[in-house]
Ligand binder design. Structure first.
Ligand code: CIR
Length: 252
C-alpha cells in the first residue's frame, strides 16, 4: 500500500476554519505529530510518498481533500474553499504515475473529506464544501467501474468523514448528531461516545486502523470488536480542523 502525504505549511496558522475558533498553533508540535503519523503509516507497511511543503498554501497538509483514489482511477477534486484550489495541481502530478486522472469541474465543488468509499458504494456529504453537481459528476466518472454514488445530507460538522468513517466493509463508526445513522442501516453501526464527538474519524490501513488520541471510550468500543488500532496524537492538527483521514491519500 502507498500513501501520499505532504509536509505542513509554515502558513498553517492561516488555515480555513469553519466550526472552530482560531487558536495559536505550535508549528513544531504540528510537524512532530505529522512525522509520527507518517511513521505510523510506515510501521503499518505503507510506502509513504512525502511531498515537499507548499509554504503559501496554509491547508496543504490535508491532502485528502484534493483527490479521491480508487483502484481503477483517481479523481482530482475542486475544493470547496477558494483558498485551497491551488492544492490540486501537485497532487495530480503525484498521482499521475499511479492512476488515470479524471477531474471535478465547476459548477461542482468537492472536498475529498466529504467522500467515504465502502466497497462499490461512494457516499458524498453535501456540506459547505461539496455539492450535488459533484455527486452527479462523480457518478458519471465512476459508473464504468461499477460504483454507485450517494449524496447524503449531513449536520453541523466540516466534512462527511468528520461524522462517519468505515471500520471495515461491513461496519461504520459514526456520530449520530452529525449524520443520520439510518442512512447506514445496511452496516453495523458503532456510535461515538457522547463525550467524544470528534471520534468518528478513523483510517483503514490494510487490516489495521489508525485513530486519533483523545477518544478513549470510543476506542474501547472499537477494540472490543476485535480491531487492531494504532493511536496517533493529532491534537495540534485538530486546531486546523484536521484529523487522521485528511493527512493522507492511501492507495494500492
Ligand atoms: C479546511 O478547513 O479545509 C482545513 N482547515 C481542514 C481540512 C480537513 N480535511 C479533512 O478533514 N479532510
Amino acid at each position: 500500500m502507498k500513501a501520499i502525504t505532504r509536509a505542513i505549511s509554515s502558513a498553517m496558522q492561516d488555515c480555513e476554519l469553519t466550526h472552530m475558533e482560531r487558536q495559536a498553533l505550535d508549528l513544531n508540535r504540528a510537524r512532530q505529530q505529522h512525522e509520527a503519523y507518517n511513521q505510523a503509516l510506515r510501521e503499518l507497511a505503507v510506502e509513504v510518498i512525502e511531498l515537499p511543503e507548499q509554504a503559501e498554501l496554509a491547508d496543504s497538509v490535508f491532502v485528502e481533500d484534493a483527490a479521491l483514489v480508487f483502484d481503477e482511477v483517481a479523481v482530482i477534486t475542486l475544493p470547496g474553499a477558494e483558498s485551497r484550489r491551488q492544492e490540486t495541481r501537485s497532487i495530480a502530478e503525484a498521482l499521475a504515475p499511479h492512476r488515470q486522472l479524471l477531474y471535478i469541474t465547476t459548477p461542482a465543488i468537492l472536498d475529498g473529506g466529504d467522500v467515504l468509499s465502502i466497497g462499490k458504494n461512494v457516499y458524498v456529504g453535501l456540506s459547505s464544501r461539496s455539492n450535488s453537481e459533484a455527486v452527479a459528476q462523480l457518478q458519471e466518472h465512476l459508473r464504468p467501474f461499477g460504483y454507485t454514488v450517494h449524496g447524503l445530507e449531513m449536520g453541523q460538522c466540516l466534512h462527511l468523514k468528520t461524522a462517519v468513517t468505515a471500520l471495515d466493509d461491513k461496519s461504520v463508526l459514526l456520530n449520530p448528531d452529525w449524520v443520520d445513522a439510518a442512512l447506514f442501516s445496511g452496516y453495523d453501526v458503532v456510535r461515538t461516545h457522547p463525550e467524544e464527538p470528534f471520534g468518528a474519524n478513523v483510517v483503514r490501513v490494510g487490516s489495521s486502523l489508525l485513530y486519533g488520541a483523545g477518544y478513549p471510550n470510543t476506542l474501547a468500543s472499537i477494540e472490543a470488536l476485535g480491531h487492531t488500532v494504532r493511536v496517533v496524537d493529532m491534537s495540534e492538527l485538530a486546531k486546523a480542523e484536521g484529523a487522521v483521514t485528511c493527512c493522507s491519500l492511501l492507495f494500492k
